[in-house]
Design a protein around this ligand. Sequence first.
Ligand code: RET
Length: 235
Amino acid sequence: MVQTWLWIGVTGMAVGAVFFGFGAHNARTERWKILYTLNFFICIIASVLYLSMALGQGFNVIHGRPTFWVRYVTWFLSTPLLLLDLIFLGRTSLPTAGSLLGANALMIATGLVAALSPDPINYIWYLVSCGAFVAVFYLLVSPYRLEAEQQHPRSKKAFRKLLTVHLVLWTGYPIVWLLAASGFDVLTQGLETMSYTLLDLVAKVGFGILSLNTLGQLERAGEVEKVLQTEVSAR
Ligand code: RET
């Protein structure tokens, strides 16, 4: 079961990468190219890291717990790119963007430390990581959302949907972590792998498609052109 889900991860992410890669190549404007390219790299990074797991690499038994520590490497690389999708669409200010990326890096790094720590110290690091997650959550629902809505007053609904999907999916990760061998160990390894693979596929491929829809919505609402004009007249 573990192997099957890992190979589903390799293929699903590769299909996503091909889709976004062609999209980037054929993109009509620079905006679409940027978004397709970000999503392409998110998927290709995930695909090769799933390949390493499917080949039995990036895995060790640590303090008696079977641990795919390479997941944290993928997340360290892919989550900032996912946040860049949001930052790009929302035209987020540099201070907010920097804080989001900083809190996110802290969350993944301390999550890795949690996975490598013996019981019960792992829970201390888990809580530290959750603290950083709360910061990411707060930055998204407050400053990020306010800035995005201010820049795109006609597309508030689109941003709410994008953020809700994002936050619900991201909240799934600490829950799976706690239930898996890294925490209370109530999930079998097969179920753990299945849960992470499904979350990863939806959070990367699914969310990538949703981000493209959001850009389409911003264009239809005439808010991207407006922004472009402002940019041109500001020069
Ligand atoms: C960990 C464990 C420690 C506590 C927290 C975690 C959060 C992880 C998250 C990962 C998101 C990954 C994504 C990957 C691919 O697209 C490290 C599991 C809070 C939120 C979105």
